[in-house]
Design a protein around this ligand. Structure first.
Ligand code: GTP
Ligand code: MG
Length: 208
């Protein structure tokens, strides 16, 4: 896939305010600071697209990006149009109970009701062994029957051996309750690792 253009469209406080559901949509979610915005920028090859930050809790609303891309390796023909969505992170310690409840309701509504949502990419920090918060979140998605993939981020920050072990341990932890395991990607926004595989996956979904 070749990205022809990637532009910021709108930030919405809930799913009813999101742009018209007239094209495939892919959302990025995961713990606060896991690298959602950085991954979106890496995929779109534009480091200024989604706002990234060293301090967690930067992304607060449902942020839509309008993407135009060409299938395959040549920039020819009519581009495909789709949306990427940057969501606020979960597990940010410095929020009140009330804010957390509000976040949960907004995310649940968006994930369950947004009709053009094709797939959620759940980002997990590849430096850590399985975290209950992430497992709880994917189990929740399972209960809601929302399709998702796992994306293990920041792989440049650890050795391959540690990353591979953390990925295996996470999948093993899921195996206790899941019959089928989701697809997973290992990425580094820094090194552009995993970009081709993720874009190929999106392209295949766009064409389904
Ligand atoms: P919130 O919007 O606050 O939930 O954060 P986020 O998940 O969007 O994370 P963001 O992309 O803002 O990245 C958080 C921090 O991690 C930034 O300092 C990034 O530069 C850094 N970071 C993200 N991805 C990578 C990566 O692949 N490698 C390295 N080395 N650093 C990364
Ligand atoms: Mg962000």
């Amino acid at each position: 896939m070749i990205i022809q253009s990637a532009t910021y469209l709108i930030s919405s406080p809930d799913y009813t305010k999101c742009p018209k559901a007239d094209r495939p949509e892919y959302a990025f979610i995961g713990r606060s600071n896991v690298g959602k915005s950085s991954l979106i920028n890496m995929l779109c090859d534009n480091h200024k697209l989604a706002k990234t930050s060293g301090s967690p809790g930067k992304t607060q609303l449902i942020n839509h990006f309008d993407i135009k891309s060409f299938a395959g390796n040549t920039a020819a023909g009519k581009p495909d149009a789709w949306y990427l969505v940057d969501l606020p992170g979960y597990g940010f310690a410095k929020v009140s109970q009330n804010q957390r409840k509000q976040w949960e309701k907004m995310i649940e509504n968006y994930l369950r009701k947004r009709e053009n949502l094709i797939n959620i990419f759940v980002l997990i920090d590849s430096r850590h062994s399985p975290q209950q918060l992430d497992l709880d979140f994917v189990n929740q998605l399972g209960e809601w029957e929302v399709p998702f993939c796992l994306v293990f981020t920041k792989a440049d920050k650890e050795t391959q051996r540690v990353v591979a072990k953390n990925v295996k341990d996470f999948l093993d932890a899921m195996r206790k309750t899941w019959q089928f395991l989701p697809r997973n990607f290992v990425t580094s926004a820094e090194k552009k690792m995993g970009r081709d595989k993720m874009l190929q996956f999106i392209e295949a979904c766009n064409n389904e």
